[in-house]
Every structure is written in structure tokens, then in C-alpha cells.
Design a protein around this ligand. Sequence first.
Ligand SMILES: *Cc1c(COP(=O)(O)O)cnc(C)c1O
Length: 361
Amino acid sequence: MVEIKHIPAIGRSAAEVSAIVADPGFGKVFTDHMARAKYSTELGWHDVVIEPYAPLSMDPAMLAIHYGQSIFEGMKAYRWADGSVHTFRPEMNAKRFQRSARRLAMPEPAEELFLAMVKQLVVTDKSYVPVGGDKSLYIRPFMFASEVGLGVRPATEYLFLVIASPVGAYFDPAKAVSVWVSTEYVRAAPGGTGEAKCAGNYAASLIAQAQAKAQGCDQVIWLDAIERKWIEEMGGMNLFFVLGSGDEAQLLTPELTGTLLPGVTRDSLIQLGNDLGFDTHEGKISVDELYDSIASGRITEVFACGTAAVISPIGEIKSATRNVTIGDGKPGPVTMKMRKALLDIQTGQARDEHNWMYRLA
Ligand SMILES: *Cc1c(COP(=O)(O)O)cnc(C)c1O
């Protein structure tokens, strides 16, 4: 058992919380509390607490700011019709957090500690979990080097925090996003940190994201670092390609080469695709093959997936040399079927055959 101390916040009134959860936006308002654990090489994990959400005070020489030992996770909690609150495959997030920590030479919180902190925060701030639709409570566990000093080496002190924010539907069913294939920059190279969910990966991707925006695109598609040829993923989501259509449709997602982030949503959709009767597999696809297959009609739909947006249909792919519209540029039927199948499990409307759901409150 993880022992967690509770320091209650005064917090918002019930009326204020109701107004927030009725129209939450994305990641702007946080709940009344946060979970925190400290680590030092001397004491290990200690001082685990649920305390009022508040700014942290930090020393200007805190190591995380200078050398970037900083990792995070993203999860969602859904309120079901009976009022109970559930999250999706949290043990996968806990294990990935450990792998990210290992890669950045940080201490690995036990799965039990990770789950206890998430659970206690959600129990404490349960009133912030929105009701209905695809609204949810977004949960953000993160850890960084809190030791003070300028020596370059793994820190000896860390903070592990969990914060949460009610979020609305992130998805407009009438709209598919457009994506920019970055040929100038790379996200991750073999032996690098592509598989780790670390802050630095995002920092390195922002310039390409700005380039995508300038080209009228919403997101970036990254290619492999060596041949600059193989499709890897989007900045914060994994990719799926639909080959053929109707009951014969097959799904393909880029294989995990060590430079892709292994998404929980990706893993779940490989299983769900096969459950729904679509032959779903992992493989390699080059950017030229992608363009040609879309042009010839062999690839009929493309979508991205991740915890935040669940599934995001892609309508258009652009690069410096080629533009292509997928199908009629609108969300396709296989994409929408996969999206509904996953959301129905997450919101408690479909049977959870794989025991993916985990009751938090
Ligand atoms: C978090 C993340 C994903 C999606 O992972 P999920 O576990 O499905 O949310 C994909 N790519 C990157 C780079 C990510 O950071």
C-alpha cells in the first residue's frame, strides 16, 4: 500500500465546478488538487501527498530547466452513466512512464505508486469529471529533475506530479485535418529518445509544426531519420492507413522501430481492428507509396490516434513537392467505426472484452 497524505484545498464552489465541466475547453482549467511525490537517491520515493493545486517554487539552477530531464504521460478518465469514473489501460501508461524514466536516467516510480497517485487525485476531484459525450478529465502525470546545480549528470532529486484538467470534445466530426510531411527536420533517430515520452521531443518538433501551420496544415507527419522515406508518426499521435473499403478493408500502422512513440491508443486499435473483422497489421510504408496508393484509390482513409483526440481523420497530405486529398477529404466510414468502437468501450457503452477499463472512483 502506498501511503498518501491529504492536504485539502479550499477549492472552487460546486456552482463554479459545474460551469467549468459544462464547457471545459482544453487544458486551461485544472482541478483543485494535485498529487506529488518526491525522490532523492538517499530516501527513494517519499512525501506522497494530495495537496492544493498551486504554483511550484523553484531554484533558477534546477537541473530540469537546464538539461531537460523531464517526462510525462497523458490519460483520460470518463464518467459513466451510473456516475462511476474509469480510465483506460493505466498500467500501460505506468510502464511507459518507467521506460521513459529509464531512457532519461531518471528513477522509475513503481506501477503501484503511479496508479495510487492518479486514483487518489481523481477520487479527490471527482466532481471535475464531466458528464456525457466525449468529454473527460485529462490526467497529466509528469516528472522532472528538481535538484539544484549546473553539473551535467543524472540528478539525485526529482518531483513526480499528477495534475488534471476537464476537457471537451476535441473533435469536429465534419472535419478532417490536413498534415504536412516534414522532409527538412526529423523527430527521432535510432538510439535517440523517440520512444520516450519526454519534453525535449516536443521542443524539437515545434519548428516543423510552425512550418506546417505556415503551409495551411494542422499537424506534421514525421519520416525516419536515415532514409527520410518511411512514415513514422505525427507529432503526438500514431498513424493508421485504411486499404480497400467495406468489410474487406485492412488496416496498416507503422511498426515500432524504436523511433516511434508506442501509443496506448495505437496498441488498442490494432486489437479492436481485428475484433471488428478488419485485418489489422503493423508494417512499413514509404511516403511515395503512400502518395501513390492514395492516388490509385488503394488507400481510402488515413487517421491519427492518441489519448487526447482519440481518433483524428486526415483529409489531406501535403509536402514540399506533392499534395493529395484522401477520398473526398472527409472522415471515412472505417475511421468513424473504429472511433465509435473505442469510445463506446471508454464511456462504458460497449462490453469491455479485453478488461481495458480501470475503475478510479
Ligand atoms: C503520447 C504520444 C502518442 C500517443 O500515445 P497514446 O498513448 O495513444 O496517447 C503518439 N506520439 C507521441 C509522440 C506521443 O507523445
